[in-house]
Ligand binder design. Structure first.
Ligand SMILES: Nc1ncnc2c1ncn2[C@@H]1O[C@H](COP(=O)(O)OP(=O)(O)OP(=O)(O)O)[C@@H](O)[C@H]1O
Ligand SMILES: [Mg+2]
Length: 365
C-alpha cells in the first residue's frame, strides 16, 4: 500500500517560495502527473517526495508514515532521471542488474530478478546481447528495466523523455503506461508537456508559480478547468477566453455577445462578478448563419479530419474546430454559436472558474 499524501508542503530558497503550501493525495498504484510551465516548482516537489531535498515545512506521508524529514535512502523510492542513459560496454543483463549489484544483492537473486524484469518488459531473449547493438525501442526497455528492477515502493520520474524526438516520445509514453498497467507501482511523473500528461496520467496536478492550481482526472481538468491558467495550459489549441463587456448578475443563466444570448452554467445565487470571461473549447464553437453573433473568417488550418478556423468577433478572436469538409473562405462572414452546456466562465479579477468543481476526483488537503 503506497499512497503518497503531501500536506501543506512548502519550500523556500532564501526568501523565494518555490513550492507554496501544496497538499495532494496520490492514490496507491496510480500514475500521477505534475504538470506546469518551467520554473513552477515541479522538480522541487518531486525531489522533496524522493528525499533529495528537505522541505521548509509540511508533511509527506508514504504509506501512512511521515517521511518529510527522513533521508532518501530510508524511503525506498526510485528516482528516474533519464530513461535512456545505458552503460554501452555492458550487456542487457548487466545493465538491468547494475542497481542491485550496487546494493550488494547476492548474485543468484540478481539473476532471478533481472530475468523476471526482462520478461515483464518482453526483452528476455536479449539478455546476453550487448546494448550497443540494440534497436532504439529495446534500449529504452533496458533502461526501464534498470529503473524497475529494485521494485521500489514508488517511482519518481522527472521529464524522463525530455530529449527524445516526438515519434520516440510517443512510443515511450505508450510503453511506460503499459508497463505501469502491469506493475501498478505508484508513479509521480513530472512534465511540462500537457499532451504527455493527458495521455498517460490517472490524475494530474497542475502547478503554477509554486502552487497547485487544480487536481483531478485528465477529463475533469480538460472539461472543467478551475482557473483561466489551467484552461489555457491544457488543450491545443487552447480554450478560447472571451472577455465580456458586461458584469454577470447573480443567478444568471446566460450572457450576451453582440445581441446573441449564450446559455452558461448557472451561477451561484448572491454573487455578482464585475468582469467575467467566457471559456469555450474550439470543438464547442460552431458556425450557424442564424446566429446574431457575427464573425469574419481570418484563417483556416487544415488538419485532415478537422480544421481549425480562426474568426474575429467584436470581442476578439475565436478558434473553432469544425469538420474539414466545412467549406469556409478567408474574409467570409459567418454566424457563431457555442455549445452552452460545455462552456466555462471565469471571474477576471481572481482568474478562477465561477462555480467550478474544484479539485474534483482527488482529495485536496
Ligand atoms: N537550489 C535552488 N536554489 C535557488 N532557487 C532554486 C533552487 N532550485 C530551484 N530553484 C528555483 O525554484 C523554482 C522552481 O524550480 P523547479 O526546478 O522546481 O521548477 P520546474 O517546475 O521543475 O521547472 P522546469 O520545467 O524548468 O524543470 C525556480 O524558480 C528555480 O529557479
Ligand atoms: Mg524541473
Amino acid at each position: 500500500m503506497t499512497e503518497i499524501r503531501v500536506q501543506n508542503l512548502q519550500k523556500k530558497f532564501g526568501e523565494f517560495v518555490a513550492v507554496r503550501d501544496s497538499s495532494f493525495t496520490i492514490p496507491d498504484g496510480s500514475f500521477f502527473c505534475l504538470l506546469g510551465p518551467s520554473g513552477c516548482g515541479k522538480t522541487t516537489t518531486l525531489r522533496m517526495i524522493a528525499g533529495l531535498e528537505l522541505p521548509t515545512s509540511g508533511s509527506i506521508y508514504l504509506g501512512g508514515e511521515d517521511v518529510a524529514f527522513k533521508r532518501a535512502s530510508q524511503r525506498d523510492i526510485a528516482f528516474v532521471f533519464q530513461l535512456f542513459a545505458l552503460y554501452p560496454h555492458m550487456n542487457v543483463r548487466r545493465n538491468i542488474g547494475f542497481p542491485l549489484l550496487c546494493q550488494g544483492v547476492p548474485a543468484r537473486e540478481i539473476r532471478q530478478r533481472v530475468e523476471e524484469t526482462a520478461k515483464l518488459l518482453r526483452i528476455d531473449h536479449l539478455l546476453d546481447k550487448p546494448v550497443s547493438g540494440l534497436a532504439g525501442g529495446d534500449r529504452q526497455r533496458v533502461a526501464l528495466g534498470r529503473a524497475i528492477v529494485r521494485r521500489p515502493l514508488a517511482f519518481m520520474m522527472d521529464e524522463p523523455l525530455g530529449t527524445l524526438d516526438t515519434e520516440f516520445r510517443d512510443l515511450m509514453c505508450n510503453e511506460l503506461r503499459q508497463l505501469h498497467n502491469r506493475i501498478k507501482a505508484t508513479t509521480v511523473y513530472v512534465t511540462h508537456d500537457q499532451l504527455e500528461a493527458m495521455s498517460m496520467a490517472d490524475y494530474i496536478a497542475i502547478m503554477n508559480r509554486g502552487s497547485i492550481e487544480q487536481m483531478g482526472t485528465p477529463e475533469a481538468i480538460y472539461n472543467r478547468p478551475a482557473s483561466m491558467f489551467v484552461a489555457e495550459f491544457v488543450g491545443s489549441p487552447s480554450m478560447n477566453l472571451i472577455h465580456l463587456p458586461a458584469s454577470l448578475a447573480a443567478g444568471s443563466k446566460w450572457v450576451e455577445l453582440s445581441g446573441e444570448r449564450i446559455g452558461i452554467p448557472e451561477t451561484r445565487e448572491g454573487l455578482i462578478h464585475e468582469n467575467v470571461v467566457l471559456g469555450a473549447r474550439p470543438e464547442h464553437v460552431r458556425f450557424d448563419d442564424n446566429s446574431k453573433l457575427r464573425a469574419k473568417v481570418l484563417a483556416t488550418e487544415y488538419l485532415g479530419t478537422t480544421q481549425i478556423v480562426t474568426v474575429a468577433v467584436a470581442e476578439g478572436q475565436v478558434k473553432a474546430r469544425v469538420p474539414a469538409a466545412t467549406k469556409l473562405r478567408t474574409g467570409e462572414h459567418v454566424g457563431v454559436r457555442f455549445a452552452s452546456d460545455r462552456l466555462s466562465i471565469f471571474d477576471k479579477a481572481t482568474g478562477l472558474a465561477i462555480r467550478s468543481v474544484l479539485h474534483e476526483g482527488i482529495a485536496h488537503g
